[in-house]
Ligand binder design. Structure first.
Ligand code: PNS
Length: 167
């Protein structure tokens, strides 16, 4: 069985992530969406449990996709689960250097797993969890950026005032 891991912060999962997960699920036998620890992102908006719940709410259509979380090294997780690939989405050239560094380091740490880059769809090129959080926290419309099943939960966290009638 060819197992791929889609690692990320997913704080929160976006339409861009979901597209990559969907496409990975058509290439591999099993895809693990792994909520991982990124030391460069210290203060998450959603807890790991909430992020996993949101991912679970949007992967219902894919029967070979599961979720998990990991606080340690991705390479160790890949070995533990016998995964043969790390799947990452690539947006603009600006992603490339960072992703390339991680791919090389992961290859050194876990030579049995390949990093596979899937290019984003053009409509998701500018999309990131950070952008969703910024727009949502300022009361903007995020419905075009995140799956409908989790949109209101995200808005409630980012902009609790929304929906309250001000007099
Ligand atoms: O969505 P992100 O925050 O860009 O994803 C980055 C992530 C979480 C995949 C990366 O930070 C990661 O792999 N973290 C796990 C710890 C690890 O293995 N670090 C070394 C990477 S070479």
């Amino acid at each position: 069985m060819r197992i791929a891991v889609c690692p990320g912060s997913f704080d929160p999962v976006t339409n861009g992530h979901l597209d990559i997960i969907n496409r990975a699920s058509q290439i591999f036998d099993k895809v693990i969406v792994l909520v991982s620890y990124n030391p460069n992102k210290q203060s998450a908006c959603f807890s790991v449990k909430e992020r996993i719940e949101m991912i679970n709410a949007v992967i219902g259509d894919f029967d070979n996709v599961v979720t998990d979380c990991n606080e340690g090294l991705l390479a160790d997780y890949l070995e533990r689960t016998n995964a043969c690939a790390i799947v990452k989405g690539l947006r603009a050239v600006t992603d490339f250097e960072y992703e390339f560094q991680m791919a090389l380091a992961n290859r050194q740490l876990c030579p049995t797993a390949e990093t596979v880059f899937l290019t984003t769809r053009p409509q998701n090129m500018y999309l990131s969890s950070s952008m969703v959080k910024e727009i949502g926290s300022l009361g903007g419309d995020i419905s075009g950026f995140v799956p409908p099943q989790i949109c209101s939960a995200i808005i409630s966290r980012l902009y609790p005032e929304k929906g309250i009638i001000k007099i």
